[in-house]
Ligand binder design. Structure first.
Ligand SMILES: [Zn+2]
Length: 286
């Protein structure tokens, strides 16, 4: 396992790290089929509350109950054991890290995290915001802490809570490359004070069995990543030796679902701005 740690200096030092697995042990899991064919084999994939979705910020509903998420034990390090599950690179979390608050009904514990990405830094996130697709998206999968395994949690309509984080490619001043045998969840995500703005909706797993048991939290602040790091993901392979890129599911219909936003989340194109544009358009064309 090779990991790149990048540090860059802005007004203050921000560290961002992501584990990159370039070589994998081949297991018995069959290669993933195209998402369009999933509903044939997995009934839930054709359901009405599927993920990912395009978040239209103008249509999100502000919800004061969406207070900052409380992260417990996210600082604790654990052994970085990456596996290729045929859809993504996945890291199981062997220690107890939990989230609560933010209108979650109970405490959820982290089970695993994985990533979705494009090719050579091209579009690759699963969720999109106002139609914009980011180059990569991190999913930290949690389940209600009273459940023993994910299979049980998936039978509860609110059994699973996934935190979604976007990545953005930025120019980094300095890059550090070294192997990292242990990581913490806190190393992967932006600092807590940048995590107050997020979107919330009810959806599903984005890979089969597409169970509609996920409370989604998608954070507004992207994680910075260098282009070199981003491109390294194109070296990850499917079992058949083909490069694992574009491992994202296309956005699914909302079917009347509402997307809520925390008090801190911004409307990317405010309606006031649109109103001014409309007025000035008519002023020039009458
Ligand atoms: Zn995912």
């Amino acid at each position: 396992v090779i990991c790149h740690l990048s540090a860059y200096h802005h007004s203050r030092t921000v560290k961002s790290c992501v584990g990159l697995a370039l070589f994998f042990i081949i297991t018995g899991v069959p290669p993933v089929s195209v998402p369009e064919k999933w509903p044939g084999g997995y009934m839930d994939c054709g359901g009405k509350s599927q993920s990912p979705i395009n978040i239209v910020t103008r249509k999100t509903v502000k919800d004061e109950r969406l207070t900052p998420i409380e992260f417990k034990n996210y600082q604790q390090t654990f052994k970085n054991s990456i596996t290729n599950n045929g859809h993504s690179v996945k890291v199981n979390i062997p220690i107890t890290c939990t989230i609560s608050g933010g209108d979650l009904s109970t405490t959820y514990k982290a089970v695993q995290f994985h990533l979705h990405w494009g090719k050579d830094g091209g579009p690759g996130s699963e969720h999109t915001v106002d139609g914009e697709q980011y180059p990569m998206e991190l999913h930290i999968v949690h389940m209600k802490s009273n459940y023993a395994d994910l299979a049980t949690a998936l039978r509860d309509p609110n059994g699973v809570a996934v935190l979604g984080f976007f990545y953005e490619v930025i120019l980094l001043n300095r890059l550090l490359y070294f192997s990292l045998p242990s990581i913490s969840l806190a190393q992967l995500i932006p600092p807590e004070q940048k995590l107050t703005s997020y979107y919330r909706y009810k959806g599903s797993l984005t890979t089969p069995p597409c169970s509609e048991s996920v409370v989604w939290t998608v954070f507004e602040t992207p994680i910075p990543l260098s282009m070199d790091q981003m491109k390294a993901f194109s070296k990850v392979q499917f079992y058949d030796g083909k490069s694992m890129a574009n491992n994202f599911r296309p956005v699914q219909p909302l079917n009347g679902r509402l997307v809520y936003r925390s008090a801190g989340a911004t409307l990317w194109v405010s309606s006031v701005f649109l109103f001014i544009c409309t007025v000035s358009f008519y002023a020039h064309h009458i």
